[in-house]
Structures are given as C-alpha cells and as structure tokens.
Design a protein. Structure first.
Lengths: 395, 309
C-alpha cells in the first residue's frame, strides 16, 4: 500500500469530488435542491439523513446512475457529469449488495477487472479476498454466504478496481447491530489502508459519527450542516442537526442582554448564559432564541444541596418526573418551567438516593456548553417522531 | 392486606387428560393430493400402458388385436418414417429458434421498458389464445395464399429466390412449403416462448444492471454477462415449451404444408384415424416420446441449468 500512499500525496486535491449546483427533480418533486459539496481526496465522508432526504439520490448522481437535473460533478479536474456509469472511475457498494447470483465470489470480485480487459486477475482477486478475509469462500455462490460475508464481497468487488471514489449506499443497513459495529470498524480499517475516498450514505447517526471524517447532514434535499462529527455534535446550527445527532434539550428563551462575549437569556424566570460564538441566531435584546444543551453536559443536584453549586453555572430548577437506570448512567426526565421534558444523563459514580421521581432538583451546567439556535424553526425537527428513521431508502 | 391470611386459591382442577396427538392432520396432504393422483392415473398412466400394449400387438381390425410382443413394429415404423421424424425435429428446431429471436426482444421490452404499457402488451401476447388454434392457423392460409400480399412483397424483394434456392419455398408459392409450416409453428408457439422469458427477465433485480454498469460493463456487456445468463431458466423452459409440442404438432403441417412437408404428427394421426394401423401409430408415438426425452435431457445437461429449471 506504500505506493498508493505516495501517489495520493503527489496528486493531492486532484481527486476531490466536487458537486456544483447539483440538483434532482422528479416531475414536481425536488429530491435534491441545488447543492455544492466538495469531498476532499482520501477522506471518509458521510451523507447522513433520514429516509427520503436526498442522500441516496446525491450518491447516485456521483455514480452516474442518476442524471442530475442541473449542476456538474467533477472528479478532480475531470467533468464526469455526462459520462455513463461504466466510464466513471467510481465504484459503488449497493445497499442490497447486488452481487451477481450466477457468478461465484471469485468471478464477482473479478468482474470489474475483466471488463477492463485485464487478463491475469487471479493474484489481485486473491489478495483482495484476503483483505476482506474471504479467501476460503472464493468458489462459493453469493447465496451460500452470510449477510456480513456478502457485504464484504460487495466491498471487495468495488475496491479491487482502485476507484478514485468508493460510494457506499447504506452498506450496513441489512446487518444486525453487532455485525454492523464490527463492519464499521472493518470499513474504517480498509479505508485507512487503501487511502481511497469513501462517500458513505447512512441514516444511522452513530455510524456516521464513528466512521466519517466529515459528515454532511441532509434534510429535505438540502445539506443542513457540514463538518467533523464532534463539531456537528457540539455546535449544531439548526434544530434538525441538534435533534438528529444525539439528543438535545431545547428551551425557548428571550434575549436579555447581548454582550461582546456572552448572551444572557431569560427562560421562564431562569437566567442562562451562552457564548456569543455558539449562538447561531441573530440575537438582539428582546428577541427570541432557542437555547440548547446536551443531556450529558448537565449535572443534577438535589434542591437541598443547591448551595454547593459553584457560581457562574447555568441553573434551572425542576422536579424529577421519571428516571431510568441504564447501567453506566441514569437518565432523568425533569419537569422544568422552561421545558417540561428536560433530559439529563448522569454517570453512575456516586448515586444520590434522593434523586427519585418527585424530588426537587437543580440542573446546572457550564455556560460554555450552551448553544443558541434561531427560534424560527420547529423545536421537534429531526426527532425520531418527526423525521422517521426508516431502514430502507427508496428515493 | 387481609388477603395474606386467606387460603391460597384452590388449585386448578386436574389438567384435562392429554388428548391423543391428532392423527388426522398427518394425512391431510395425501387427501389433497388424491384428486391429482387419480387424474394422472386415469388420464396419463392408464393410456400410456394401454398404448404401450397396443404397440406390441398384431392382428387386424376385423380379427382383433392381440399382444404378441411384436417389437418389430418399432423397427418397421422407424425405418419407414424416419424422414418425417427428421423433418419434425428440423421444423420444430427452426420454429424454436425463430420464437427465441422474436420473443426475447419482446419479453425484454415488456420486462424492462414497457412501464405502464406492460399489462397491455402482455394481454396482446396472450390475446391469440382467445380464438381457436385452428381458426388462427387457417387465417395464415389466407395470409400466405398464392398471389396474396405476403407472397407479392416477398417476390418483389426477391426473397423468394433466396428461400427457393434454400429449398424452403418452391417457385412463387409460400403456402404448402416448409417455410409456411415453420411460420405457422412459430406463430402458434410464440406465446409459450414469451411468457417464461418474461417471467425470468422480470425477476432479475434491476440493481444488478446498475452494479454491472458501475463495474465498467457497457450496456451490451451487461446484457451478455448478466441479463442473458440470468434469463437462462426462461430460455430453457421457453425453448422446451416450444420445441416439445412443435415436434409432435400436425395441424400446421396439414393446413399450411403439403405431402412433402409431413411431420411425424401427421403420420401418427393418419395411422390412427385413417389407416387404422394402431400398433404402428402407438409405436411411432413411443419413439417420438423417447426421442424428445433424450433430446431434452441432453439439452438441459448441456445448458447447465438443472438447478435453475
């Protein structure tokens, strides 16, 4: 793999995938709104979104399986928009694998090489099957393999062609949870090893976050936000991202004062502080803003101990309405004036026995962990009930 | 909390005696099979045995026939009628190839390209079945009639010169030539080719085409390497459904052909119904059956689709 690596360095940026103003409409339905996106060469890029958000359509336009209604697709310096799939240096791992049922594993993997007129495929196919740990299964037919093995064949069949970009369309959707975790690590290992750009479509936010260097969160045919997983998680710019990636507590608040570094807001009598840099809303005194905080950033203290809470933390008072013990942590549902279902995840280090349903508590957190969002959007966007996280993806 | 002191609720009365395991269900599949088995026994097995015995009988219509294990009938039948055997196989094979060439593109079109027209085209494929086989074949007699439009066009295009040279037609005639018989066979058995082809093409996952295209196969290669191999079950069953009945057919040869285009079906028919030589007719039937079985077995082996059919 050393040669691949040096090649990659030598030709830096010549392998970027660039989508410019690309869109797709079916009749009156717009699957993908005009979209600009650059996937850097060698990165593991995830398109994340719920069913029907346009992520698969975007992927298929890169593959050439779908013709864009507008815009262009560039691979490096080459405009491939008008090229049919079989002329693009791009390969796809299909959602249902689409292995050729009449060919054995060896021939499935050799298919792309043979189509390009390469005669001696034996060594390459053997190496590729070893990479995905299927050397023993070479002469079996696809239906004789398990789901996980079929999935690896699909990856091998695409990777053997050394594409500029490997496209993965929900490749792990059909696997059970344990196998999925295992294959996530496996795919990440392969990607690091071969250094090929991976564009991965998924509806599973955990999958996107564990595997990808960069995630584009899509919703309704648009990219809501683009960034590294930790950045998206810590600094969501929309309620959709805040809710779709993990869980967020969102509170409707009114801007009280707007300083150089801090914004002070009022929510049902409680005063909360957040850094200006983390406020994605135009904050004016008296204006509305949505204040958010992740459940695991919050500490929960019984009301009797409120005095022990250090100064300078955001506080909210409430009453525990529900608790559930998860093992490593306990989830509390707290009824506050500002937000009737405030979620708190507390690590089970020292469990306070008084923290039972009905107890009065104070929730407090570091103001730096607070983020602000535009109040002109649905509080529930991106929650499972709203967007629906479906297994299949047809659009 | 007085319930604590109360006596525990009485045990449920002794569990009802275990019913003997139901045996009726075990026989249900056989009961359901019975009508079919009876049907086969009465209308397939019994006539087979009867015909087998007829084929080794000797005698005459007046004196009656007796089983004399006269196997020579087989030899006589084959040595006298082998030209008709060969002709049957040749005509049926030609018609099968024509059906495949005509039917495959149509089945492909219906399966992948027809969209909302699919059902309409399917209906049109089956529509000829709504009229009688005989009527339709007689219609071909009119279509191919001497001096008719088809003959006229073929003549102008000098096609008849070529087919005449090949021995498929004679002079200015199409009717009463091998070509007419093969055309009739092709026409009559085409739906039996299209339906299984369509079924197996329609079952092919469209994503396999995409995957092949994604792996550098141009459309013609996708067809050669993916679509056609995956449609082999349809090709095999379509050719069998066409070839087998076409080999034994006598209607097309008797309506559209002449004395020189007689097929084995015509011989059997005339032996049974006109000459009344039952042993020869029965022997010919068995030879035909055996020949078809051998050819079909060989064909299926050769096409390597035993597990697909």
């Amino acid at each position: 793999m050393a040669t691949t690596k040096t090649q990659t360095d030598a030709t830096e940026h010549s392998g970027d995938v660039r989508l410019s103003g690309i869109s797709k409409t079916y009749g009156t339905f717009t699957a993908v709104h005009p979209l600009d996106l650059t996937v850097p060469q060698g990165s593991f890029f995830a398109l994340l979104g719920a069913s029907g958000c346009g992520k698969t359509t975007t992927l298929r336009m890169i593959a050439g399986l779908e013709e864009p209604s507008s815009g262009t697709v560039h691979l490096g310096d080459q405009d491939v928009t008008a090229l049919p799939p079989y002329k693009r240096p791009v390969n796809t791992v299909f959602q249902s694998y689409a292995l050729f049922p009449h060919l054995d594993i060896f021939e499935n993997v050799a298919f792309g090489l043979r189509r390009r007129g390469i005669k001696s495929v034996k060594k390459q196919v053997g190496e590729m099957l070893d990479l995905v740990q299927l050397g023993e299964q070479a002469r079996k037919k696809p239906h004789q393999l398990s789901g996980g093995q079929q999935q690896r064949v699909a990856v091998a069949r695409a990777l053997i062609n050394h594409p500029k970009v490997l496209l993965l369309d929900e490749p792990l959707g059909a696997l059970d949870l344990k196998l999925r975790r295992q294959m996530q690590l496996e795919l990440k290992r392969i990607q690091t090893e071969v250094g090929i750009t991976f564009v991965h479509v998924t509806h599973d936010q955990e999958e996107a976050m564990t595997m990808a260097d960069q995630v584009a969160v899509m919703n309704g045919g648009r990219v809501e936000q683009l960034g590294a997983p930790a950045d998206l998680y810590e600094n969501p710019r929309t309620t959709f991202v805040a809710n779709f990636l993990g869980t967020s507590n969102l509170i409707e608040a009114e801007v009280d004062t707007h300083g150089a570094d801090e914004v002070v807001v009022k929510a049902a009598g409680d005063k909360l502080v957040l850094p200006v840099a983390r406020c994605a809303a135009p904050a004016r005194a008296g204006g509305k803003v949505l204040v958010g905080v992740r459940p695991e950033k919050i500490s929960i203290t019984h009301a009797d101990e409120a005095g022990s809470i250090p100064e300078g933390r955001n506080r909210i008072t409430g009453k525990i309405s529900n608790t559930s013990f998860i093992g490593v942590s306990t989830q509390y549902m707290v009824d506050c004036a500002a937000c009737p279902e405030f979620e708190v995840y507390a690590q089970n280090i020292d469990r306070d026995a008084r923290l039972a349903p009905g107890a009065d508590v104070v929730l407090h957190w570091n103001p730096a962990h607070t983020f602000g969002l535009d109040a002109d959007q649905s509080l529930l966007a991106g929650t499972t009930g709203d967007a629906g996280v479906a297994e299949g993806e047809t659009v | 909390m007085s319930t604590l002191t109360e006596a525990p609720p009485p045990l449920t009365p002794a569990a009802p005696e275990k019913k003997p395991p139901r045996t009726r269900g075990r026989w249900t599949p056989y009961w359901l099979l019975l009508p079919g088995i009876l049907w086969l026994l009465v209308f397939f097995a019994a006539p087979m045995v009867y015909q087998a015995s007829t084929s080794v009988q000797t005698g005459s219509l007046e004196e009656g026939y007796k089983v004399t294990w006269h196997f020579v009938t087989y030899w006589e039948a084959v040595s006298e009628y082998w030209p008709q055997f060969l002709r049957s196989v040749a005509y049926a094979a030609s018609a099968t190839v024509l059906c495949l060439l005509l039917g495959y593109p149509l089945a492909y079109l219906i399966a992948f390209r027809a969209g909302r027209w699919r059902n309409l085209i399917m209906t049109l494929v089956i529509a000829p079945f709504f009229t009688s086989f005989l009527i339709r074949t007689l219609a071909w007699k009119t279509i191919l009639a001497d001096g008719g439009p088809v003959v006229g066009v073929l003549n102008t295009l000098h096609v008849l010169d070529v087919t005449g040279w090949l021995g498929w037609t004679s002079g200015d005639r199409v009717l009463a030539t091998p070509l007419a018989v093969v055309c009739g066979l092709t026409y009559n058995f085409l739906p039996f080719m299209i339906l299984p082809l369509y079924t197996s093409l329609e079952r092919i996952d469209g994503r396999l085409h995409e995957a092949a295209g994604d792996l550098y196969a141009k459309p013609s290669t996708v067809f050669r390497k993916v679509t056609f191999p995956l449609s082999m079950p349809g090709v095999v069953s379509g050719t069998l459904l066409t070839f087998i009945p076409a080999t034994g057919d006598y209607v097309n040869a008797s309506l559209l052909g002449s004395a020189d285009t007689g097929m084995i079906g015509n011989v059997i028919q005339s032996q049974f119904l006109r000459v009344l030589d039952y042993p020869t007719a029965a022997a010919l039937s068995f030879v035909l059956m055996a020949a078809i079985l051998v050819m079909v077995t060989f064909y299926i082996r050769k096409s390597g689709t035993e597990d697909l059919v």
